[in-house]
Design a protein around this ligand. Structure first.
Ligand code: SF4
Ligand code: SF4
Length: 86
């Protein structure tokens, strides 16, 4: 799937719904520690930090359940005029 997941850490509330959604979708259980992303406390900046593990397959389930709006999709834009044709 094209595009990437962007993190706006300033909007993260630390609710961990993203991790619960990920573990549920991929493993059928609610276990934040078994998800494909981390939600950590960034003590230096006094906020939360979100990082994706290498095992993340960009399925976007975490984005769908991020109530804080901290996770969004950045779609890959292709200029039609520059795309190779057939
Ligand atoms: S995009 Fe990655 S971190 Fe998010 S639910 Fe899918 S596998 Fe998990
Ligand atoms: S669901 Fe969104 S607001 Fe909640 S911990 Fe995850 S990234 Fe942060």
């Amino acid at each position: 799937m094209r595009g990437s997941i962007e993190v706006n850490a300033g909007r993260c509330t630390g609710c961990r719904l993203c991790q619960l959604a990920c573990s549920w979708v991929h493993l059928g259980l609610f276990n934040p520690d078994r998800s494909h992303l981390w939600v950590k406390v960034d003590e230096k900046r006094a906020r939360f930090a979100v990082e994706f593990k290498e095992t993340c397959n960009k399925c976007r389930a975490c984005v769908k359940f991020c109530a804080g709006g901290a996770l969004t999709i950045r779609e890959e834009v292709t200029a039609l005029g520059q795309a190779p044709l057939g």
